[in-house]
Design a protein around this ligand. Structure first.
Ligand code: ADP
Ligand code: MG
Length: 265
């Protein structure tokens, strides 16, 4: 794969991943261009989280290939023991990727929001404190939390916590942001402020992949939507096409459950 010219920032080829209970991801292949905002949708248990976790190497793929920027990770099968090269690629890949989860993003409770955002640049990148502080303050402004810099995580709303988690991930200057249902645990009135941050990042050219059930956001804000079912990419398309004229009956069946929300949001 390394020999093929490819403009994509992210290339996934024939990614397979199983757990003890069986196969979870079956031959996933997808290319994502720099600056794209991609929504992943699909029924519970279809493998969406596992896919994101493979992209940031929280899980090691069984076989296939992932390339993000210049970092490439490939494996022939679980018989191939992860060697030093593979582990080093996984480590590098993780540093290219920022990730935000549904909740429990583990902001340190005894540190302020600002200190939380500064922490990884200070510790991992050994950045001077003044520089880390400047970057963190800029990021807090970007996510609309400039007024919360000195607050402690327990005093934040759910939406503020998620925005702080986004700022903290951005502080490591990732090339890609991954979000696993970042708004699913939020009260409805707080969802919009988190999604707005992603829209703003999109307009700045950040590459983003979001697992979401916010169908209106997926349709309106994404460059395209990927529908996953039973560990396979069934269909991917522009939101308007996917919602109005899905090609696959499985996509149609899944989206039927969301017709109400898609209209109402
Ligand atoms: P989704 O995010 O689409 O709901 P997941 O990727 O979380 O789906 O899970 C897909 C399948 O993989 C589920 O059957 C789940 O039980 C299984 N699974 C996920 N993570 C693990 C794990 N660490 N160990 C064993 N099974 C797992
Ligand atoms: Mg999940």
């Amino acid at each position: 794969m390394a020999n093929l010219p490819d403009e994509s920032l992210i290339v996934v080829k024939n990614l397979c991943k199983s757990f003890e209970d069986g196969e979870v991801l079956n031959n996933i292949s997808i290319n994502i261009k720099e600056g794209d905002l991609v929504s992943l949708i699909g029924p519970s248990g279809c493998g969406k989280s596992t896919f994101l976790r493979c992209l940031n190497c929280l899980e090691l793929l069984d076989s296939g290939c992932i390339r993000i920027g210049d970092v490439e990770l490939s494996r022939d099968g679980i018989e191939q023991r992860p060697d030093e090269n593979m582990l080093s690629a996984a480590h590098q890949m993780r540093s290219e990727v920022g990730m935000v989860f549904q909740g429990y993003n583990n902001l340190f409770p005894h540190k302020t929001v600002l200190q939380n955002v500064m922490l990884a640049p200070l510790v991992v990148k050994k950045m001077p404190a003044g520089e880390a502080r400047g970057i963190a303050l800029g990021l807090l402004k970007k996510v609309g939390l400039e007024g919360a810099a000195n607050k402690y995580p327990s005093t934040l709303s759910g939406g503020e916590s998620q925005r702080a988690a986004i700022a903290r991930a951005l502080a490591m200057n990732p090339r890609v942001m991954l979000y696993d249902e970042p708004t699913s645990a939020l009260d409805p009135e707080l969802v919009g402020e988190v999604l707005q941050v992603m829209k703003d990042l999109d307009s700045e050219g950040m590459t983003q992949i979001i697992v979401t059930h916010e169908m209106k956001f997926a349709r309106d804000a994404s460059d395209y939507i990927v529908f996953i079912d039973r560990g396979e990419i069934v269909e991917y398309d522009d939101g308007d096409i996917l919602f109005t004229n899905p090609r696959n009956s499985r996509t149609r069946e899944f989206l039927r459950h969301f017709t109400g929300t898609a209209v109402n949001y």
